[in-house]
Design a protein around this ligand. Structure first.
Ligand code: MG
Ligand code: MG
Length: 248
C-alpha cells in the first residue's frame, strides 16, 4: 500500500525535509581538503537535534552514525570515520531527519577542492538525472516514467546505473512503498497520486554498474573502483505536479 499523506502529515514532512536541506547547507562549508568526515557527521547530528528532530539513519537497521558519507568509489552507506577528505575527492553525503515521526531524505555529492573532468562529468550528469526523474512527477504519471527518464539520461551520458538500490516512498517510515528504481519502462509501475511522497535517488557510476559490499557489511563500492555519485530529493506529488520537500 502506498500511503497518501494528510495535510497534517505533509506539514510535518515539509519541516523534516527543510531540516535535511538546512543540514546540508550547514555542513557544506566543512567539505574541504583535510576535513575529518566524522566531524562532519557529528556536526550534522548536532544540527538536526538543534532543530527538534532526530537523525533518521542512526540506529536504522543498526547503522552507527547520523549520516552516510561515501567517498569516490564508495556508492552509498559509507560509515563516517577518522578518514580525511583529500583534494580531488568527491563525497556523497546522505542525510535523513525524523521530525515528530516523519522523515525527509536527501543525498548530495560534493567536490573536495578542484576535481578532474571525469568526476565533473559524473557529478553534473548524476544531478541532472535526478532532475529528469523529478520532472516526471505528477498525478497520473507512473513510477516507470521516472525510472525510464533516469535510465535514458544515464545511458546518454555513459554512466553505469546501480540497479541493486533504488528510491522509495517516504513517510512515517524512512523507507516505504513503492520502490523507485533508476531503470525501467514508461507506463509501468504504480500510478502517482496527490499526497504521495517519494525519494528519487539516482546512484550513477563513471565506470561499470557492478558493485560490491565491503567487509563492514554496509558500505557499497564500485567493483572497478571508479567513482560514483548520488543525488536524492524527497518529493511530494501535488495536485498538478510536485513539490521538493528537501529543497530550498
Ligand atoms: Mg533514500
Ligand atoms: Mg538518502
Amino acid at each position: 500500500m502506498i500511503s497518501i499523506k494528510s495535510k497534517r502529515e505533509i506539514e510535518l514532512m515539509r519541516t523534516a525535509g527543510s531540516i535535511v536541506y538546512q543540514t546540508h547547507q550547514h555542513i557544506k562549508p566543512m567539505i574541504k581538503p583535510g576535513a575529518n568526515i566524522l566531524d562532519i557527521d557529528t556536526e550534522a547530528e548536532k544540527f538536526i537535534i538543534s532543530k527538534g528532530a532526530k537523525p533518521s539513519f542512526k540506529g536504522y537497521e543498526g547503522f552507527p552514525n547520523a549520516t552516510c558519507i561515501s567517498i569516490n568509489e564508495e556508492v552509498v552507506h559509507g560509515i563516517p570515520s577518522n578518514r580525511k577528505l583529500k583534494k580531488g575527492d568527491i563525497v556523497s553525503i546522505d542525510i535523513g531527519a525524523d521530525y515528530k515521526g516523519y522523515h525527509g531524505d536527501s543525498a548530495w555529492s560534493y567536490a573536495v577542492g578542484e576535481i578532474d573532468d571525469d568526476k565533473k562529468h559524473l557529478m553534473e550528469h548524476t544531478e541532472k538525472a535526478l532532475w529528469e526523474g523529478i520532472k516526471q512527477v505528477k498525478p497520473g504519471a507512473r513510477i516507470g516514467d521516472i525510472s525510464y527518464a533516469v535510465e535514458r539520461y544515464a545511458n546518454e551520458h555513459n554512466l553505469g546505473i546501480v540497479r541493486e538500490l533504488c528510491g522509495h516512498g517516504v513517510g512515517n517510515h524512512l523507507h516505504e512503498e513503492p520502490d523507485v528504481p533508476n531503470y525501467g519502462m514508461k507506463n509501468t509501475g504504480p500510478i502517482l497520486k496527490e499526497g504521495m511522497v517519494i525519494a528519487i535517488e539516482p546512484m550513477l557510476n563513471l565506470g561499470s554498474d557492478d558493485i560490491v559490499v565491503e567487509d563492514n557489511d554496509w558500505t557499497i563500492t564500485t567493483l572497478d573502483r571508479k567513482p560514483s555519485a548520488h543525488f536524492e530529493h524527497t518529493v511530494l506529488v501535488t495536485k498538478d505536479g510536485y513539490e521538493i520537500l528537501t529543497g530550498e
